[in-house]
Design a protein around this ligand. Structure first.
Ligand code: NAP
Length: 318
């Protein structure tokens, strides 16, 4: 029995483990793949306070070492179910069932991909899913953004102030994102909007060199030479295994406010898998701190109920 099981060893989950251990609570972190999550794909983090440059790999390793050094236990198994038994929660993996009094869901989200050949290989070599993280590498260069939601529009605006030229490529002729942002983009002299078009091929050697765009109306092909392609076609939160327990919004994010409480008592959430305005490393670690602090408060408040439930299961012996 642990005080807290954290599901997911990304920046949010590992920060939660640090805060929970510093509050002297026992913590098990379950991770399906490898510590760090999405941030492992970022070659150079430039926007995390204090460290001007750090690779995603080094950031994750340091965070893991800090959490483990404080006594957090890490097990590499994928949590596939949470059973809420009231004072006790069971977290089920294909191999084991772990018990805890509180659970923090820090499962993150993954980038929706275009599904093009070489897309994975070129991440960090011309392809990025995060303009705020990687835009600075494309100062005075030519870039394109794919997508028509708020993220794509805001990414294109952000990049327009850095890059020499920004193409915004959207598969329809009206944007899903806000019209005011689209209007600001249309005023930018270095932004070219290409509607009713799909990126259909990545042209690369070691790095991305150009993209092929197919016009959806007449099928014509166009090749655009560029240095960077920012793919902003939405994200897929990794919450489906827990949908029956916590409430999700239409897009699949756990409904939770800044206090990181979910609809289920004793189950908290932190990081990119919850509803929030800004999904960044710094907001993920902030969530980890908040979720752990709230979980510790919950443990304190439910101590008596938990002891009573133990006594009941032991036949009332006192
Ligand atoms: P989104 O709203 O789901 O938009 C995804 C965009 O990508 C859509 O325009 C979609 O086209 C396009 N798309 C999806 N799959 C595609 C594919 N395979 N090929 C080409 N295009 C594809 O995602 P988001 O922009 O990341 O935003 C997610 C949520 O966060 C939204 O609720 C958004 O409002 C919110 N958000 C808010 C702010 C803010 O308030 N400042 C900033 C960013 C995000 P279709 O339109 O044709 O479906």
């Amino acid at each position: 029995m642990h005080d807290i099981v954290v599901i997911g060893a990304g920046p949010a989950g590992m920060t939660a483990a640090i805060y929970a251990r510093r509050a002297a609570r026992s913590v098990l972190v379950l991770e399906a793949v490898s510590c760090g999550g999405q941030i492992l794909n970022t070659p150079d983090i430039e926007n995390y306070p204090v460290e001007a440059h750090i690779s995603g790999f080094d950031f994750s390793r340091k965070l893991h070492d800090q959490a483990e050094g404080l006594g957090a236990e890490f097990i590499f198994e994928k949590a596939v179910e949470i059973r809420d038994l009231g004072a006790v929660k069971e977290v089920v993996t294909p191999k084991n069932t772990y018990q805890a009094r509180a659970v923090i869901l820090a499962t993150g989200s993954e980038n929706r991909k275009l599904g093009l050949e070489d897309e994975d290989r070129l991440v960090g070599r011309g392809i990025s899913y995060c303009a705020t993280c990687d835009g600075n590498f494309y100062r005075n260069k030519v870039v394109a953004v794919v997508g028509g939601g708020n993220t794509a529009l805001e990414d294109a605006l952000y990049l327009a102030d850095l890059a020499q030229k920004v193409y915004l490529i959207h598969r329809r002729d009206s944007f899903r994102g806000e019209e005011t942002t689209a209007a600001r983009l249309r005023e930018k002299p270095n932004v070219e909007i290409i509607c009713n078009a799909n990126v259909t091929r990545l042209i690369a050697e070691k790095r991305l060199k150009a993209i092929e765009i197919t016009d959806k109306l007449d099928g014509s092909l166009r090749t655009v030479e560029l240095n960077g392609l920012f793919i902003a076609v939405g994200r897929i939160p990794e919450n489906q295994d827990f949908a029956g327990l916590v409430q999700l919004d239409e897009a699949g994010y756990v409904l939770a406010g800044e206090d990181c409480h979910t609809a289920a008592s004793g189950i908290f959430t932190a990081g990119d898998n919850r509803t929030k305005l800004l999904r960044q490393l710094v907001t993920a670690t902030a969530d980890g701190a908040m979720a752990a602090t709230e979980a510790v408060k919950y443990l304190r408040e439910t101590e008596q109920a938990y002891t009573d439930s133990l006594l009941r299961s032991w036949g009332g012996v006192c």
